[in-house]
Write a protein that binds this ligand. Structure first.
Ligand code: COA
Length: 377
């Protein structure tokens, strides 16, 4: 096939794959996994059930869900060598770089590492989902000089993460809030990190390579890193005792983007933001309403001045802070969820693979450009 059209900058609006995993209508503000609306999943499902939906293409029966829960529990183990590797990293390492490094280091210990068949890919999806949450929790304990906490098979995925992070059984409210946040972040079609994962998988490289690359993409402040940037802004406003509206007015006047607003695909409310706003408000009411209140004032101003809507990252910041998470764990928590979607896309890519290799519109010096020997330059 010849290339004739030039893609818009950032591939905006380009359809780059066929997929049966995630449906988005950016004009109507619809997000659905396998056709099931995110609002239904957030209200009625669990993260584990959502994983089943993403990986197997359908909601599980009771026994299928029990089986998946058992598999997730039995895969909550990491070779001690990888924990030692994490311990050897400087305590100043940010959790996203530790996660990126540790996920890459898991592959030599994975019995399916180089297997590319569908069943092996599903096994790796389960294993990596269990392990990524463990890595994030373990590093946070290690950097704070605390013991690594063992998982509890009776707890959910969200519950286990909170247990392994804090060393105590989480409250039902905290478990539920994190569970819903994990559902909301599980997949989002061809976002930057998922596209990166599919490109890597399509070379017939292994799943660990694809997920390591995806973690690298998620780390950026234009993608998953935005939730951390939102909270740093709220902390700064609070510390200086500033008016939040004046703060963002200044940012806009200086042509700075306000993290947590705008979206490449949604031109209306990001449906995930609806739930996170509610969660931030409810959790804040019971604990400390300050972060929700600051956020709401900023949102109102940006809505009316810039006609930009809050995205998934805006209210996840105040939600996670109210749950007691450190700011640099926000993007890792995104990864704890998004591994489910990344893995689903890698599985789908490898089920019907073709190398992803687009073309570039060449805008360099005119060909032929004469080679000048070094003595004459
Ligand atoms: C998400 C994002 C990267 C989408 O980028 P994009 O589709 O390339 O859109 P652009 O950056 O070209 O933005 C289009 C216009 O809206 C403005 N805009 C978009 N997001 C903005 C924001 N958060 N704050 C202020 N202005 C914003 C841009 O300045 C641009 O205005 P211009 O046309 O006058 O130059 C962008 O909205 C952004 O950087 N948001 C902040 C980071 C963030 O929250 N990321 C998480 C996404 S889930």
């Amino acid at each position: 096939m010849s290339t004739s059209t030039i893609s818009p900058k950032g591939l905006e609006g380009i359809v780059a794959a066929s997929s049966s995993i995630c449906y988005i209508d950016g004009e109507a503000g619809v997000l659905a996994y396998r056709g099931i609306d995110i609002h239904d999943l957030a209200e009625k499902s669990t993260f584990e059930e959502t994983c089943h939906l993403l990986w197997y293409g359908k909601l599980p029966t009771r026994s299928e869900l029990d089986g998946l829960n058992r598999q997730l529990a039995s895969e909550r183990k990491i070779d001690p060598a990888v924990i030692q590797l994490i311990r050897n990293l400087p305590r100043t390492a940010i959790p996203m770089e530790v996660l990126r490094t540790a996920v890459s280091a898991l592959s030599p210990y994975d019995p399916d590492a180089e297997k590319m068949d569908h069943a092996a890919n599903v096994r790796k999806a389960i294993r990596l989902t269990s392990q990524i949450a463990m890595i994030v929790a373990a590093y946070d304990r290690i950097r704070k000089g605390k013991d690594v906490v063992q998982p509890d098979p009776s707890l959910s995925h969200a519950g286990n993460f909170l247990l392994m992070l804090n060393g105590e059984r989480p409250s039902p409210t905290a478990q539920k809030a994190l569970d819903v946040a994990l559902i909301l972040h599980a997949d989002h079609e061809l976002n930057a990190s998922t596209f990166a994962a599919r490109v890597i998988a399509a070379t017939l490289s292994d799943m660990h390579s694809a997920i390591t690359g995806a973690i690298g993409a998620l780390k950026g402040p234009l993608h998953g890193g935005a939730n951390e940037a939102v909270m740093r802004m709220l902390f700064e406003i609070d510390k200086k005792g500033e008016d939040p509206v004046e703060h963002v007015k200044d940012m806009l006047a200086n042509k700075k983007k306000v993290s947590g607003f705008g979206h490449r695909v949604y031109h209306t409310e990001d449906p995930r933001a609806t739930h996170l706003r509610q969660m931030s408000r409810d959790l804040g009411r019971d604990a400390n309403p300050k972060w929700y209140d600051l956020s709401a004032r900023i949102e109102k101003y940006i809505n009316s001045e810039k006609h930009l809507n809050a995205n998934v990252d805006f209210y996840s910041a105040s939600t996670y802070t109210t749950l007691g998470l450190d700011v640099d764990l926000f993007t890792p928590v995104f990864a704890i969820s998004r591994i489910s979607g990344w893995a689903a896309h890698v599985i789908e890519q490898l089920d019907d693979n073709r190398l992803i290799r687009p073309r570039a519109d060449y805008i360099g010096p005119k060909y032929p450009n004469r080679y000048i020997p070094i003595e004459q330059r």
